[in-house]
Write a protein that binds this ligand. Structure first.
Ligand code: C5P
Length: 232
């Protein structure tokens, strides 16, 4: 499994994204493109970052009827991203359709990762709004198991859940974990955080890091610190 630091490029324009990434003169970081940037710039931002030599996690969290997800994944697979995702709440059948759509004629495909429960959803909102009455950690593990049954490669989860996901779904089932902060850093609006070193220790495969790098005075140094703590 390729342990790596994924930099969340949460910018609203290509201009801001390139201004940020132009600072990296050495290694090209693995980057995450989310809805904000993708909806602002469209597929061209993916092609441009790919042409610049970045690996890409396209974080669009698809959730629709199986046929629509299958066809959409088929379009995304042609963008040649390295990793993309969907909501496990779309059911096992939707996830299986996603894999079918994502698989290229030569049998290759980007990694496909499921969102279980968003970290913004808590027990109360899950019970009251979604009418799911089970404990949230049980729900997360059930959705992770569904993703595995459907043939997905892993899940996005809090670093605190990564160890348990590996215990339940196997060590090769990928955990992609946001909510990473330096021990001496500002935690901002994240609630349950871990340092890159702790995330490594508990077995996260990829950490997704946004503001600790993008808002740092020296983003390169912050990125290198993440790599040193998590990968090396
Ligand atoms: O700036 P920060 O490091 O908090 O950014 C974390 C990134 O990971 C953001 O792009 C955020 O949307 C994403 N993310 C998250 N929690 C999740 C899923 C995604 O923070 N459960």
């Amino acid at each position: 499994m390729g342990k790596d630091v994924i930099v969340a490029c949460d910018f609203s324009s290509a201009e801001q994204t390139f201004a940020f990434l132009d600072k990296f003169t050495g290694k090209k970081p693995f980057v995450k493109i989310g809805m904000e940037l993708f909806y602002a710039e469209g597929p061209s931002i993916v092609r441009e970052l790919k042409a610049r030599g970045h690996k890409i996690f396209l974080d669009l969290k698809l959730h629709d009827i199986p046929n629509t997800v299958k066809k959409s994944m088929s379009v995304l697979s042609r963008l040649d991203v390295d990793m993309t995702n969907l909501h496990a709440a779309g059911t096992v059948r939707m996830m299986q359709a996603a894999i079918e759509g994502l698989t290229r004629p030569d049998g290759t495909r980007p990694l496909l990762i499921a969102v279980t429960q968003l970290t913004s959803t808590d027990q109360e909102s899950m019970e009251n709004d979604l009418w799911i009455k089970e404990p949230i950690d049980k729900v997360v593990m059930h959705y992770a198991a569904n993703a595995k049954v459907a043939g997905l490669d892993g899940v996005v989860c809090s670093p605190l859940e990564a160890g348990k996901v590996h215990d339940n779904c196997g060590k090769d089932f990928i955990t992609v974990t946001p909510g990473v902060r330096f021990a001496d850093g500002d935690i901002g609006d994240q609630k349950r955080v871990m340092t890159p070193a702790e995330a490594k220790k508990i077995g996260s495969d990829y950490i997704v890091v946004g503001r600790p790098i993008t808002a740092a005075e020296d983003p390169i140094a912050a990125y290198e610190r993440c790599v040193a703590e998590f990968v090396d």
